[in-house]
Design a protein around this ligand. Structure first.
Ligand code: NAD
Ligand code: ZN
Length: 368
């Protein structure tokens, strides 16, 4: 078992990473549960697979779950479901000192966290993330949000959970494609700030994806520790530190937009390919060595993730992709920040990238 502290003064909390946490959830959650009834937000898939187990685990401590179920998928991060959830939490009599449980992937975590941020000006919540992406990324750091017609994650709040239980057992039921998509974010931590971890993943990535316990725990715990350090240093993304977590995301976002934010390209798949593009562009302008750019592409490809634009069959040009980027919320005072690489493990925020140059680069990549 790994326990990673997220050091945020009065908002500090722990992320526990181990197998069997859900089986023992009654014990782990006891300090946070003041009432017999515990409100739990979940999607239909996760409830079907894991609902009975967590119900049994909490019954041991005399707790009864009250379920709020949303349909699986990004659609639950909406005004409509936010309204339904907050009304339901009020109906349940949730007070500021109570804790709501978010049991699920990033969608359930983001929606629940936001509802808890605004419920009575802020009630507690605990995250029990059930996807690899949620365990290594969305459940840690306190960003919560819903989507609106104007774009993804444009309405939200910073609201830290009180505890995160990352149970490695739940990943056993995750569809392999979702597992690989989450692995893209694991790889990201190596590429952006930890060469030794990147090299370790090159050797052990297959064991991680095969859910071998020791490798999986090391990968999740190292990723969480990396995110925790960044969040502790720059909780609200004001200093270019937290922004490094967007490595691969500006390119990735354009690819997600071009594929209509659909099943054609999962977020993690977009990020994986986006990381390759960030590396290749860094090499093109002489920042990164070509062999290192190739290594990033090889690590992405080895995980069964798309490592080139031809792998996802787009019918567009560089200009179209850049236009998608300009809709990115991270556009700041008219410039588009790009996370580029001096080396594997040394990412930085660049604010002087010419978009015409990016479009030309993408045209070359599309033709490769
Ligand atoms: P998700 O929550 O939609 O889950 C993906 C799919 O896996 C869903 O169909 C879900 O029902 C299913 N699932 C979840 N756990 C399962 C399990 N154990 N077994 C079987 N199926 C399971 O998607 P996600 O990838 O976890 O999260 C994506 C969301 O996270 C996006 O909305 C994104 O904006 C958000 N996000 C937030 C942050 C943040 O800092 N808050 C960071 C990254 C991503
Ligand atoms: Zn991401």
């Amino acid at each position: 078992m790994a326990v990673i502290p997220v050091a945020l003064g009065g908002r500090s909390y722990e992320v526990q990473v181990a197998r069997g946490l859900i089986e023992d959830a009654g014990h782990h959650l006891a300090p946070y549960l003041r009432k017999r009834e515990v409100p739990v937000v979940v999607d239909a898939n996760v409830r079907r697979l894991w609902g009975a187990r967590i119900e049994a685990a909490l019954a041991v401590e005399g707790h009864q779950l009250r379920w709020f179920e949303v349909p699986p998928g990004e659609g639950a991060k909406s005004w409509e479901w936010l309204a339904r959830l907050t009304d339901w939490l009020l109906d349940q009599g949730v007070e500021r000192g109570d804790h709501v449980m978010a049991l699920g992937g990033g969608v359930v975590g983001d929606l629940t966290g936001f509802a808890c941020a605004i419920l009575k000006r802020g009630c507690g919540f605990v995250q029990v993330p059930t996807t690899l992406l949620a365990q290594v990324d969305s459940s840690v750091g306190g960003k919560t949000a819903i989507n609106t017609a104007a774009g993804k994650n444009l309405v939200g709040a910073f609201h830290q959970p009180s505890l995160v239980l990352a149970d490695l057992d739940v990943l056993g039921t995750l569809p392999p494609r979702e597992l690989r998509a989450g692995y893209a974010e694991v790889l990201k931590y190596g590429v952006l700030g930890d060469r030794a971890f990147f090299d370790w993943l090159a050797a052990n990535g297959a064991a991680v994806l095969a859910l071998e316990e020791a490798a999986l725990e090391h990968a999740v715990a190292t990723s969480v520790a990396a995110k925790a350090a960044i969040v502790a240093a720059d909780e609200r993304e004001t200093e270019d530190k937290r922004a490094l977590l967007n490595l691969g995301h500006t390119f990735g976002h354009a690819l997600e937009a071009e594929t209509g934010f659909s099943d054609r390209l999962l977020h993690g798949e977009g990020v994986a390919l986006g990381m390759v593009l960030a590396a290749r562009y860094s090499a093109r302008i002489g920042l990164l060595t070509a062999p290192d750019a190739d290594k990033v592409a090889a690590a992405v490809g080895a995980a069964g993730l798309p490592a080139s634009l031809s792998a996802i069959g787009l019918d567009c040009n560089g200009k179209t992709l850049v236009a998608h980027m300009l809709h990115d919320k991270k556009m700041d005072a008219g410039t588009l920040p790009f996370i580029l690489l001096h080396a594997i493990g040394e990412a930085f925020v660049s604010r002087d990238v010419a978009l015409a140059d990016i479009a030309a680069f993408l045209d070359e990549e599309l033709a490769r």
